[in-house]
Write a protein that binds this ligand. Structure first.
Ligand code: PEP
Ligand code: MN
Length: 361
């Protein structure tokens, strides 16, 4: 996909591009109050506010609807910021275009639905309005790329991907698991699609927002979309994760920004040495994994002989607890060890079920 760089349509861009504004537009006064504050923060180039809010359960605030679009137009004229909102169907697109919204974004629940994406793609055809696409709520990179492709096929070349984290089956400290490897893989496959981190929806809690922002900078993401509200505790949606404009200013000022390459020869040399060390360790690690798999296969054969199931949950639980404890004593986070062993164990079960079905034949 031949995607236009952000600086071709966003003026005076400095990295990171910052998109700020409330989760939801609640009233003209609330929208204008946030906009008047964030326009004075140098990095903020785009104002955000949700007009139509896709809520997980009915009975909560679902947005003010089209009534709020003139408020965004007012923000644009008064502050000079570009304005953006979420669209989830063709009618939202029509309404947003009618009110001169500069940038549209597609929410995580919508990205998960190809029919909805196609409807939006058909509605923006011929406009070349920038469209930013959030990752789907489920861990499915193909669905995320598919949404970008549907828009591209309808002539949209100004796009960015927004990394907002993924639904977690279990409760974690994050509202949505960041799974950094997914946006990193997107960047590897499509290096010219800018990636904007949404630390607010990843964190779910304002105290975690700064660390997520820093991590996004450390993995070289291009921008940040941060929910900002003058009175976060009384926000009509996502109250726990929004921050005030003054916290936003402080957060941005405290970020440590990095570049991808350095001209410092000593640094490059040191990095090469450490990388060679990693290469050797990974080589050993793979050999150990191969040895482990050989034992797994022997167990599979023994189980097949005695008609024992490949998956034995109690064994899995004991193993996990033991490895997490050992990992922790070595300074490795239990979440990391749990995720790692889930992958290792899943492959072991797969291998053993294959052995069992081969035996039957
Ligand atoms: C939002 O940006 O307020 C929103 C609803 O986000 P998401 O689609 O990431 O849940
Ligand atoms: Mn929100």
């Amino acid at each position: 996909m031949d995607i236009k760089p952000l600086n071709s349509y966003i003026q005076n861009l400095t990295k990171p591009l910052v998109i700020a504004g409330p989760c939801s537009a609640e009233s003209e006064e609330q929208v204008m109050a946030v906009a008047r504050e964030v326009k004075n923060i140098e990095q903020v180039k785009i104002f955000r506010a949700g007009i139509w809010k896709p809520r997980t359960r009915p009975g909560t605030f679902e947005g003010v609807g089209s009534l709020g679009l003139p408020w965004l137009k007012k923000v644009k004229h008064e502050t000079g910021l570009l304005v953006s909102t979420e669209v989830a169907n063709a009618w939202h697109v029509e309404e947003a275009l009618k009110h001169d919204i500069d940038i549209l974004w597609i929410g995580a629940r919508t990205t998960a639905s190809p029919f909805a994406i196609q409807e939006i793609a058909d509605a923006v055809k011929g406009t070349n309005i920038p469209v930013f696409v959030k990752n789907p709520i489920n861990v499915d990179l193909a669905l995320w790329i598919g949404a970008l492709e549907r828009l591209y096929n309808c002539g949209i070349t100004k796009m960015a991907a927004i990394h907002r984290g993924f639904s977690a089956p279990d409760k974690t400290k994050y509202r949505n698991m960041p799974l950094w490897r997914i946006p990193i893989e997107l960047k590897r496959r499509h290096p010219n699609i800018p990636i904007i981190c949404d630390p607010s929806h990843i964190a779910g809690n304002r105290s975690l927002v700064p660390v997520v922002c820093q991590k996004a900078m450390d993995v070289n993401q291009d921008g940040l979309m941060i929910e900002t509200h003058c009175d976060p505790n009384n926000a009509m949606s996502d109250a726990a994760q929004q921050i005030t404009p003054s916290s936003l200013r402080e957060l941005l000022g405290g970020l440590s920004l990095k570049t991808e390459r350095s001209d410092d020869k000593d640094f490059e040399h040191h990095l090469e040495e450490l990388r060679a060390k990693i290469d050797r360790i990974d080589h050993d690690l793979l050999e150990v994994l191969q040895q482990r798999m050989e034992v797994v296969e022997k167990i599979g054969e023994a189980k097949a002989e005695c008609n024992i199931t490949a998956l034995q949950l109690s064994r899995m639980d004991e193993l996990l607890i033991d490895r997490m404890r050992q990992g922790e004593s070595l300074g490795l986070s239990p979440e990391y060890i749990k995720e790692l062993y889930n992958v290792i164990h899943e492959e072991s079960v797969r291998k053993q079920t294959r052995i069992m079905s081969n035996k039957k034949k």
